[in-house]
Design a protein around this ligand. Sequence first.
Ligand SMILES: [Zn+2]
Ligand SMILES: [Zn+2]
Length: 106
Amino acid sequence: MWVTNINGTATGDCGCGSWLNHWENLSGRPVPQTCAVITCYYRPSAGAHVQKEDGSDSSWFIVPLCEDHNESNSTLDVGSTPLVPAEATEACAKIASGRSSAGHAW
Ligand SMILES: [Zn+2]
Ligand SMILES: [Zn+2]
């Protein structure tokens, strides 16, 4: 999957704490050991805002990128890394409330 990195407007609090946590929560996967770019082996430093390069969808998505790729605004091949919507969802709210109501239910 080819995506274009969008610079700026990196803040936004959906309840997940960071866009990297947001990606983890919505993809259901742990944050990968390496940047989503298939040729890159640096550690992801942030959940970056991207758009699909093929233009099929103008929505914004989040993928884990290393610092260098997060700062570039070039077109990147993220392979089969899941793209998650760059917006607050019910899952975010659920996670936020789950965190604050810490304690064992059993
Ligand atoms: Zn979130
Ligand atoms: Zn990278």
